[in-house]
Design a protein around this ligand. Structure first.
Ligand SMILES: [Zn+2]
Ligand SMILES: [Zn+2]
Length: 174
């Protein structure tokens, strides 16, 4: 989402837009192995200009695809956050020592996509579950226990039972 700085009216610009995940594909460096992808994001923000500084304030709601940490299936993760940025023209005074929420713009254009993407990345949960009671993968045979049943756990229960029985036999009653 690009905005022409020269066209921002004095009273500011209210923007509402939706971006599909592919809008951010070129922001991800090839070397980065991302364990999530953006499905879509709804953004609502206000862009205002005071002299050459651009003030951006808004919120976003995104839907991500991320791997469940137990069963490794893709889970849909909603995230939402509010954000705030101040952008100044590239090369203007102080632009080398900007804190994180500051940024620069060049050639009278600001691009909101990198800011939105940055905000989404900050909201990504460390561990995602596809559902609260995800049963995960069977540690023995590896099937997804949410969709398939295997006999591994039943077998190990039988083994325990057998050991118990043997123990009883080896230890005659007092
Ligand atoms: Zn899961
Ligand atoms: Zn199993």
């Amino acid at each position: 989402m690009k905005v022409d700085v020269t066209k921002i009216p004095e009273e500011g610009l209210d923007l509402r837009f939706t971006r599909e995940g592919n809008a951010f594909s070129e922001l991800v460096a090839d070397s980065e192995e991302m364990d999530f992808s953006v499905r879509k994001v709804d953004v609502s923000c206000r862009v205002a200009k005071v002299r050459e500084k651009i003030f951006i304030e808004g919120s976003l709601e995104a839907l991500l695809d991320q791997q469940c940490c137990r069963c490794l299936e893709i889970a849909q993760v909603p995230v939402r956050t509010a954000f705030r940025y101040v952008l100044i023209p590239e090369g203007s005074q102080g632009s080398e020592i900007l804190p994180a929420e500051f940024g620069v713009y060049r050639e009278d254009r600001i691009d909101l996509d990198p800011l939105i993407y940055e905000q989404i990345v900050l909201q990504i949960p460390m561990k995602v579950l596809c559902m609260d009671d995800c049963k995960g993968l069977c540690p023995r045979c590896g099937v997804n226990l949410n969709v398939t049943k295997c006999d591994c756990l039943a077998e190990s229960a039988d083994e325990r039972f057998l050991i118990l029985k043997d123990w009883k036999i080896d230890n005659p009653s007092h």
